[in-house]
Design a protein around this ligand. Structure first.
Ligand SMILES: [Zn+2]
Ligand SMILES: [Zn+2]
Length: 271
């Protein structure tokens, strides 16, 4: 399986796209602005979207994607399924697909055959989507939120924390899993540790405390850094002297699950 990084930034600027990962070519993990780099053909191949939480930087491309693929998906006779916590789906219904911000694409082009279907999950569920096993993990954020563990077979799983502050329950769960890659957020630098704490994100010092709970030596990929902050955040993380292999995640990277190689290079259109 290939995990393609479409976006991993905490906000937007030229070259900075917000959170989204594409598993092979048919399952999307979060739907930030990075989705907009996919061709129309690639967008139309997406069958499932799993969402970590309701914040705009993670869901903004769903309403736009629905509009883009509606005609092509009509031939497939299958809605794109959006999987999330019930609270996240309720937020999308109330605040996005409400006829004011955007039309209700769960009833378009017609109520019998909509382009989107909203499917609730619960923490601890294991979703089986297009041959991929995805476990829903806990996260601690200002709104109900989750992370995901994608099963990569014998080599171990790809884990995405989602947006989260300190979360002891996550490390407890991961002790029972073989983790090959951990994508973990560090949204703020240590200079803004109070902001990180209030908004339930991590800063490098908090990241260091969290990673004490991660066993072994793991490829750790830092995500959700604010534009312009990458250098200082990564320097502060480096100064921690962690035992893990720590990298800054970048849009355009692909992580291959099933062996240990990580490919770099702009490869956003795998069509
Ligand atoms: Zn958030
Ligand atoms: Zn976010």
């Amino acid at each position: 399986m290939i995990v393609q990084v479409l976006g991993c930034s905490g906000a937007i600027a030229a070259g900075c796209r917000t959170t989204s990962f594409l598993l092979d070519d048919d399952v999307l993990v979060d739907a930030g602005t990075g989705v907009g780099d996919l061709s129309l053909d690639a967008l139309a191949r997406i069958e499932h979207i799993v969402l970590s939480h309701s914040h705009l930087d993670h869901v903004v491309s769903i309403p736009l994607l629905a509009d883009s693929v509606m005609r092509r998906r009509a031939e497939a006779h299958r809605p794109v399924e959006v999987h999330a916590l019930p609270e996240t789906l309720a937020a999308l219904r109330q605040h996005v697909f409400n006829g004011v911000i955007w039309p209700d694409f769960t009833r378009l082009p017609c109520a019998e055959r909509p382009v989107l279907r909203l499917v609730p999950f619960a923490i601890g569920d294991v979703l089986e989507l297009r041959g991929k096993r995805i476990e829903v993990l806990t996260a601690r954020h200002t709104v109900p939120a989750v992370g995901f563990a994608v099963d990569g077979g014998a080599s171990g799983c790809w884990v995405f924390t989602g947006d989260t502050g300190p979360n002891p329950a996550l490390w407890e769960r991961l002790r029972g899993l073989k983790v090959a890659h951990l994508v973990i957020e560090t949204a703020f630098s240590d200079d803004e540790h109070e902001l990180a704490s209030i908004s339930q994100h991590l800063c490098p010092a908090a990241l260091g405390r969290e990673l004490e709970g991660l066993e072994g030596t793991v490829d750790v990929h830092i995500t959700h850094i604010k534009p312009g902050e990458s250098e200082s955040v990564m320097q502060q993380i480096e100064a921690l002297g962690l035992r893990h292999r720590v990298h800054a995640l970048a849009a355009g990277q692909s992580i291959r699950l099933g062996d240990r190689s990580t490919e770099s290079g702009r490869d956003a259109e795998k069509s």
